[in-house]
Design a protein around this ligand. Sequence first.
Ligand code: ADP
Length: 422
Amino acid sequence: MTAYERQRILLRAADLLEKHNDELAALESWDSGKPYEQSAKIEVPMLVHLFRYYAGWADKIHGLTVPADGPYHVQTLHEPIGVAGQIIPWNFPLLMFGWKVGPALACGNTIVLKTAEQTPLSALFASKLLHEAGLPPGVLNIVSGFGPTAGAAIATHMDVDKIAFTGSTATGRIVLELAARSNLKTVTLELGGKSPFIVCEDADVDKAVELAHFALFFNQGQCCCAGSRTFVHESVYDEFVEKSKARALNRVVGDPFKGGVEQGPQIDSEQFKKILKYIRSGVESGATLEAGGQRFGDKGFYIQPTVFSNVQDNMLIAKEEIFGPVQSILKFKDLDEVIRRANDSPYGLAAGVFTKNIDTANTLTRALRAGSVFVNCYDIFDAGVPFGGYKMSGHGREKGEYGLRNYLQVKAVVTPLVNPAW
Ligand code: ADP
């Protein structure tokens, strides 16, 4: 298929996804419990944008001519890798589908994608729409299966040429091992995080509180890049804690299909129990429980928006990924100290910086070891912005032009300028 034909299919797919915005959003919220308004107004529109973005790339992927040292014509061809295996998680099923499928198709690959067992529906419907848009049979194959069976089968398969995985660091390690043990397929990984959100002494406290709240609580706290270590300068610390507590107590928890609801249930009982265990560990290790701390209501996997202050770096809640609505607030005195503490983590997915001072912003953005640094904003997931991790948060970048690299093979073609045989 020509690049232009691929582009047209992706554009038609974007139109169909847009037309079915509300159904896709309903499936997404039924499966995951996230607020319908979030699915309908943020996530499906972002998916549509992403398909248009990668449709734009489809006919702009080209190689180079290289000035070789010798009488040779050297060119590079950017070819599709072949069969891309893709394994996605349950926290953003549709967006993860888009981040994986969009660039892979733009580059001309075929796909076997496994959805998370908790959230199979929206990708099936989106895939149906892609076929309606003209995708030939066999190009995009969705497997609704379990990780250790279907996921592992993709990771070990000898005819899968590349694997893209998003999920926990523990499972990412397994996938990398399976790839190494089978055919050494190339692997990109987008894994866990324990991202710092740093509120500097010059911060407007009300705005900082709101953004730090969003950075942690968005999507029930189930974000790999959640700002889950809120570092606050000692000069604004007490006010910040008081106001963060008030904001958490005001967070609207409830039926995800009700208007105005900010927080739905956690994904399943396993995550629900794990989060409550982390909350108990926070209390036992001596952090101050400012808000929440219990399940919300007596039905469903709802958890009260929870805020801890006086959190110390060595507590489990400051070290491990909780993946729930639990904010940990830590105090700092100066920039060198907060840089050292923020970077003292095996993860390096994202970081937030809240300051009016450009020197502070420049210092922090360069010093923080994270794949995304958001200055006075958070969770900006525009299709063109690359996303991925340093350290144990992953390998490679998704989205943007960088995301194309995961799905292309480079072939160098060398031809003598004068054929020696003549
Ligand atoms: P979580 O703990 O957040 O559910 P996982 O990393 O276990 O995250 O899951 C992310 C994705 O990885 C899901 O699609 C899941 O089915 C898949 N998965 C889980 N275990 C394996 C495995 N052993 N091999 C391949 N994929 C797996």
